[in-house]
Design a binder for this molecule. Structure first.
Ligand SMILES: [Ca+2]
Length: 160
C-alpha cells in the first residue's frame, strides 16, 4: 500500500510573480490598473498625457512614510497584501482568473496603494519584515488594513 503524505508547503505551487497577471486595462479605457490607482489616489485632479492614458502629474501622500509626491515617476503601486504573501496564504490554489482579479483589484479602496517608490521597494515580500518595516507614517495602519484585506479573499493571516 502506498501512503502519500502531503504537507501544505509541498502541495503549494511555488510562487512566481508571473502567475499574477497585473496592470491590465480591465475596462478598456487605455488606463491600466497602475494609472487607475494613480488617478483614484491623487488628492488633486491629475494631468494626463494627450491620449489620456498615462498620468503625468498628481499629488499623492505615501501611507508608509507620509511623503508628499507630485512626480508620478516617484510612485509605485503597491499591493497592500503583497502577491507573494497572498500566494503563501492560499492564493497558490487559485485559478489564473482569480489571481488576475486579485492583482488588479480596483473595487476595494485599500487593495492597491500609491506609495513612495523607495518605501515600497525597501520592504520586500517578507510578511513579517513588511509588517514591521517602518515605525513612521502608516505602519500601524497598514497592519489593520492587512487584516481587512485578507479576509475577503479567505486567506490565512500569517502575521499578528
Ligand atoms: Ca482602465
Amino acid at each position: 500500500m502506498l501512503i502519500l503524505l502531503l504537507s501544505p508547503a509541498l502541495a503549494a505551487e511555488p510562487y512566481d510573480r508571473a502567475l499574477y497577471r497585473h496592470w491590465i486595462d480591465a475596462d478598456g479605457d487605455c488606463q491600466d490598473t497602475r494609472e487607475e490607482v494613480l488617478i483614484a489616489e491623487s488628492l488633486v485632479v491629475v494631468q494626463l498625457d494627450q491620449p489620456g492614458c498615462k498620468v503625468l502629474v498628481g499629488l499623492w501622500v505615501c501611507p508608509y512614510t507620509g511623503s508628499v509626491v507630485t512626480d508620478r515617476r516617484q510612485i509605485d503601486i503597491d499591493h497592500m497584501v503583497p502577491l507573494a504573501e497572498a500566494h503563501a496564504s492560499g492564493a497558490d490554489i487559485w485559478d489564473e482568473e482569480r489571481r488576475q482579479a486579485y492583482a488588479n483589484d480596483l473595487d476595494k479602496p485599500d487593495s492597491l496603494v500609491a506609495v513612495l517608490a523607495g518605501a515600497n521597494r525597501s520592504k520586500g515580500p517578507d510578511p513579517i519584515r513588511r509588517s514591521t518595516a517602518s515605525s513612521v507614517g502608516g505602519a500601524s495602519t497598514c497592519g489593520v488594513k492587512r487584516r481587512s484585506k485578507l479576509t475577503p479573499y479567505r486567506l490565512a493571516i500569517l502575521t499578528p
